[in-house]
Design a protein around this ligand. Structure first.
Ligand code: C2E
Ligand code: CA
Ligand code: CA
Length: 577
């Protein structure tokens, strides 16, 4: 019925994402003479405005010229899906349709048109189609919202919604998870606080749940004390477990209802597509079964229908919880690996490497927990703890009679992009009262190159304080050394994967040689990491590599061992003289 109504009263608002004004005028002209559909076009030629417009203005359709993206079409579509509140995206590209169309549709574009031969008729048809679809969706959503607020949702509507989501997941070859949440002991709660109050509680709970979810997830109340959440566009069990973590922790604080503080717990069952089934009915049944399993555990708990997912997600969540305790419970410790000057064989400094003394698992290596710390954001406080600890040790080192040793600390991607980074590092260093020229921060290429302007600003600010920077794992990324010219980087660390190929691959020799000569031409010193053999050492010496770090000289060691190592090393040096 809607499709037949002329819509001259309300025009279709279209956001045109295209760098080219001529193209914009062309689209406008193509759409201009549609008697049935009046359109209102907004031109947006750059990414910054795009973010602003998506957030603050309202559009019905996004017309996206595929050359408009910040680096990757796929990532940009994903961004539009999240920031554009799922507004339909009509992709237009100069490339021939067949393959690209499928790809873009699979990644979330609602329709695709090729620029070659684009005519008024096909553009209008596509826009009209998307607009009508949007209108239908909105009425459905509006209804959903009302039903969630007032009470129960229509079962058919829920299954229909789930069916649509499943189709999208199938088309996009993505995962989907259905969460079934049930409040524990709702009946006795009902009896003790009264029906009206428990209804208020449910509404408050729905509000909290909604804020803990992403915009693309849909929350529905499907029973008196039951909710279902459709979680779309999830890559793996990890992404699902992050969402569960948020849902679970949204129940941590008590709810205030009629002046009373009420603590509630819930049981969650999770069934995922494709592992647990591919129809709405099977998924719902299995999420329900998993929820009943979760009821066996006390407090808020969750279960996956799929056991392997349960194990993976459980492992991640436990790891994160343990890590939080580790930071509080002083289970973290720094190890130190000496860096040796190749010409003099003196120890020039140490790299501080974190270790976790897990009460049950023993020493856990950073490769295992740093990724989890990054994902949960815990890396930020952990990183600052590392800098504090390094500063304290730096002072002790001078007192022990080894002044002038450089302390290198690793900064993770997330920590480097923490808004308070420079300020916090300033404060730590200032409080510690250390010689800042002895502090070196190691960053990877990707952390630096992600946003060069930001990197330049932060590096300069900290550099003015005396802190120096090293580019870590060099060679594994794709940055060109010319980017480094404008950054205050004084050291480059060749990744151990190249060093370990020495003697086995001629390429590794060429690469290392090129890196050293290029770095030297920019007045940047070079450290080779992961040196284990005489052969590697000799090659690096011949190529005038400045310093080496590796098991050949020393492994990372605890503080006390480092002191012994330095003692022995300086004695050996005295004997040689
Ligand atoms: P990385 O920064 O590249 O650190 C060097 C890694 O190489 C260390 O691993 C070190 O033990 C290892 N290594 C050194 N010499 C040799 C050698 O001769 N042979 C071999 N096979 N390996 C060698 P580790 O300590 O396990 O640390 C792994 C990674 O974890 C580090 O790589 C770094 O990216 C990260 N990490 C360690 N501590 C911290 C920290 O405090 N903060 C952050 N953000 N990341 C850290
Ligand atoms: Ca490092
Ligand atoms: Ca490294």
């Amino acid at each position: 019925m809607l499709a037949k109504q002329p819509v001259s009263s309300s025009s279709v608002r279209i956001l045109v994402l295209s760098p080219d004004y001529t193209d914009f005028c062309w689209y406008r002209a193509l759409l201009a003479e549609d008697g049935e559909l009046s359109t209102d076009l907004t031109w947006c030629p750059d990414l910054v405005d795009c973010e602003d417009l998506l957030r603050n203005a309202h559009f019905d359709v996004i017309l996206w010229d595929c050359v408009f993206h910040g680096g990757s079409e796929k990532a940009f579509l994903h961004y539009l899906a999240v920031s554009g509140n799922d507004k339909p995206v009509l992709a237009v590209s100069a490339e021939s349709p067949a393959e690209l169309a499928n790809e873009l549709l699979g990644q979330g574009a609602a329709d695709y048109l090729s620029k070659a031969g684009l005519d008024p008729w096909s553009l209008r048809r596509a826009v009209r189609c998307l607009w009508y679809r949007g209108q239908l969706g909105e009425t459905e959503q509006g209804q959903l919202r009302r039903e969630v607020a007032s009470g129960f949702i229509n079962r058919d509507l829920f299954f229909d919604r789930l069916q649509q989501a499943l189709l999208r997941a199938e088309r996009g070859r993505q995962r989907l998870a259905l969460l079934h949440l049930n409040l524990d002991n709702f009946r006795s709660l009902n009896e003790s606080i009264g029906y009206q109050e428990s209804d208020q509680l449910i509404l408050k709970l729905a509000d909290r749940l909604r804020t803990s979810l992403r915009r693309v997830d849909s929350l529905m109340r499907i029973g008196g004390d039951e909710f279902a959440v459709i979680v779309e566009k999830v890559e793996d069990s990890l992404a699902i477990s992050q969402i569960i973590r948020k849902v679970v922790s949204s129940l941590d604080d008590p709810f205030v209802v009629a002046g009373q503080n009420l603590l509630v717990s819930a049981s969650l069952g999770v069934a995922s597509y494709p592992e647990a089934g591919d129809t709405p009915e099977t998924l719902m049944r299995r999420a329900n079964r998993a929820m009943f399993e979760a009821k066996r555990d006390a407090g808020t708990s969750y279960r996956f229908y799929d056991q392997q997912l349960h194990i993976n997600a459980g492992y991640q969540l436990r790891l994160e919880a343990d890590l939080r305790n580790a930071l509080r419970g002083h289970e973290l410790e720094l190890y130190y690996q000496p860096r040796i000057d190749l010409a003099t064989e003196d120890v020039r400094g140490v790299e501080c490497l974190i270790r976790w003394n897990h009460p049950e698992r023993g020493l856990v290596s950073p490769d295992e927990f740093i990724p989890a710390a990054e994902r949960s954001g815990l890396i930020v406080p952990i990183g600052y703890w590392v800098i504090e600890q390094a500063c304290a040790r730096l002072q002790q080192m001078a007192d022990l009679g080894y002044p002038g040793l450089v302390f290198a600390v690793n900064l993770s991607f997330r920590q480097f992009h923490d808004r308070k980074m420079t300020e916090t590092i300033f404060r730590i260093i200032y409080n510690a009262n250390v010689d800042t020229s002895l502090i070196e921060l190691e960053l990877t290429e990707s952390a630096m190159m992600h946003d060069l302007d930001y990197a330049r600003r932060c590096l300069r600010e900290l550099n003015q304080l005396g802190v120096s920077f090293a580019l870590d794992d060099f060679g594994t990324g794709f940055s060109s050394l010319s980017n480094l010219q404008n950054l205050p980087i004084s050291l480059l660390k060749i990744d151990k994967s190249f060093v370990q190929q020495l003697g086995r691959s001629a390429d590794a020799e060429h690469i290392i040689r090129a890196i050293i000569s290029l770095a030297h031409s920019l007045q940047i010193s070079v450290v080779a990491e992961g040196v284990e053999t005489d052969g590697q050492l000799e090659f690096l010496r011949q190529e005038h590599c400045d310093e080496i770090q590796g098991y050949y000289f020393a492994r990372p060691m605890p503080w006390q061992e480092l002191i012994d190592f330095l003692h022995n090393h300086s004695q050996a040096a005295c004997l040689q003289q």
